[in-house]
Write a protein that binds this ligand. Sequence first.
Ligand code: ADP
Ligand code: ASP
Ligand code: MG
Length: 414
Amino acid sequence: MKFGGTSMAGTERIRRVAGIVKRQQEAGHEVAVVVSAMAGETDRLVNFCREANALYDPAEYDVVVASGEQVTAGLLALTLQAMGCKARSWLGWQVPIKTDAAHAKARIEDIDADSVLASMASGEIAVFPGFQGVSGDNRVTTLGRGGSDTSAVAVAAAVKADRCDIYTDVDGVYTTDPRIVAKAQKLPLVTYEEMLELASVGSKVLQTRSVSLAMKEGVRVQVLSSFVDETAPSADDLPGTMIVSDEELEESDMERQLITGIAADKNEAKVTLTRVPDRPGAVASIFTPLAEANINVDMIIQNVAKDKGETDVTFTAPMADLARTIAMLEERKEQIGYYRLISNDKVAKISVVGVGMRSHAGVASTMFKTLADRGINIQAISTSEIKVSVLIDADETELAVRVLHTAYGLDAKA
Ligand code: ADP
Ligand code: ASP
Ligand code: MG
């Protein structure tokens, strides 16, 4: 069972979480619980790091930001004990949850679950702070923002859990963010692949890595709400959204729309280099240094203007890396040989995702036509087998998501 930041924000909410955990144990389950820091806490801690030292050492950053989860893990164990349950916390280094040494974005390498399993078998509820681990050289690491989802899936795989229930502040995965589109519908089932695409294009309901890990380890994941009272159906009745394999989806003979979901991401910025020489190696000279600096470039467009021997290159990169990207490209202006660098951080990437796309034409053209009808200009396009993404002006995000939601027939009936 994993509980996110909103679910853990304060004593009252932690008590409700403890009640949900206790009921699962009473239903006959052995339970391991992974918790996030209280809502807003990690942001607060990140700010302290920035204030202390703008160019902070990621290893010390991890020491600071991992603390939020230590607090909630201890508090949940205390609350469970107050309710008469046996419970204890297991910090990352105590398990241990071993990760690589890539501070602030570490990957879990191994979880030795023997002691935890022995404790659980004795009726003790195991409470883990999400987000944190320990590196080979014994330092605290964290898994990247939203990483408690990944902790939960990793713990579930390590203890061979029957299910990994991710409790959050919405009651499942919707056709789009229900806080943006009131007519969004809850999906009873989503495939791993669709969830992976949705997460990677901005549906923050699950961290992308948690979905790829669940897919790889075959962990059964359910997304459901912690904002429920005692009369709510049990998690065992699967009231939330189940992430399933393609086969399970087909067997379910659920009626599927062509598009499963729509996501928006305002965390990318657009960069254009004008008049780049049109010759072999020019594009490599732009993107190789960015790759070496671990900057994840996403959409790329290159227009070849044959007669001039020059071309414009446009791409998107994470907003957080924009300053570094610009600095690196300006440093290499001569070498790359471009004329001007233009950047724009007021853009949004809107993506439509669905496995149905594989066998149906016309998904992209519906998207383009729908946006055109509203006068929304498309600045870049990228596609994959089950996804189409477009880059638009950030101010038009909500409108775009809403009209596309209607155009693909996803609106809930009134
Ligand atoms: P937690 O703190 O529990 O990890 P998050 O804030 O990370 O919760 O994720 C839950 C939020 O994800 C919801 O409040 C919702 O606004 C947002 N969200 C975005 N896209 C979707 C979607 N397709 N379905 C459900 N929630 C979504
Ligand atoms: N507390 C961490 C964050 O805010 C991890 C998580 O909540 O998943 O990113
Ligand atoms: Mg989250």
